[in-house]
Design a protein around this ligand. Sequence first.
Ligand code: SF4
Length: 351
Amino acid sequence: MKIGIPRALSYYNFYPFWLGFFSALDIEICLSDYTTKNTLSKGASLVVTETCLPVKVYVGHILNLIDKGVDKIFVPSIQSLKNKIYNCSKLRGLPDLIKNIIKQDITIIDATLDLSEDKKLYDFLFEIAQYFNIKDTNKIKQASKQGFQMYNNFYIMRRSGIDYKTALKYSSQNRVIIPNVEKEYPINIALISHGYNIYDDLTSMKIFSKMEKLDVKVYTAENLSNEQMTEGIQALDTQLYWANELEMTGAAGHFLQNNKIDGLVTITAFGCGPDSLMVEKINKNSKIYNKPILNLTIDEQTGEAGFVTRIEAFVDMLFRKKRANILKNIDFNNDDIKFINKQNLKKINNK
Ligand code: SF4
């Protein structure tokens, strides 16, 4: 038994769960390959131009799985993960979109998860198992336990600051590692976006390694607890409506109040309605909290050079702002500090 999982959209949030779940049911997972320009252009050619970048990428991954010979592909319809909290219409209608544009003879596993209705998570998992003729309820329950175990391992590592790829690797091996020494950086930035925008190396243009080269520590929503993000939503005087709003408005609300964070960077897909509303709210509040913010929008035309230049200019501005703030309070009789560069800024931060 084999299932194809596209390495796109909800893969970046829930893959550890699905790995545990399907492995326990003896179903082999075939993942699509990492995103390339070819994946994107093939996906984009099948949908209307206005479709957001992550969905174009997703369609490209479906085509990649078909090329690999997979005939059962997992395309769940995730409507709602909490009472009256909904996903965007594109995510909710994903199976219908795929069925309408893919003409090959494959099975789309289009189980629906809607926790705003009476349907429970277990009904959703049972519906998926039916595609493989698995009806043993105990086996399905055990599989969901294994899924949650792997997901929790992943979640714990991400909360403790382990990077995404390392956390995914260790949780896939059912292991947990926790770092005992945290490296200090002169500048700390909160990256506000969805997993599918920032952990896909093609769409994010490897933003994490670019930030590392600039000596910047990046924090994301996954470093926060649900409680911190819920408080973040309240701090921005808004209400939770979208299913992925916690990782945008909630995380931004938390980081705007966090003195350790020097600035925020938002990354959103061109044409994303929910994100444009959330970013507007975040921008208004960044002025109130006096925290610099950089808004980046991505689509298939985004050039890497312009993207990098804007990040470099933003980081440079943060560094100069921080240096100016420190200079205000500095003791100029201290011979240690004649000139503040990135290295001794770290030392001053520590003091
Ligand atoms: S939330 Fe925005 S970026 Fe994500 S799938 Fe929906 S429209 Fe696209």
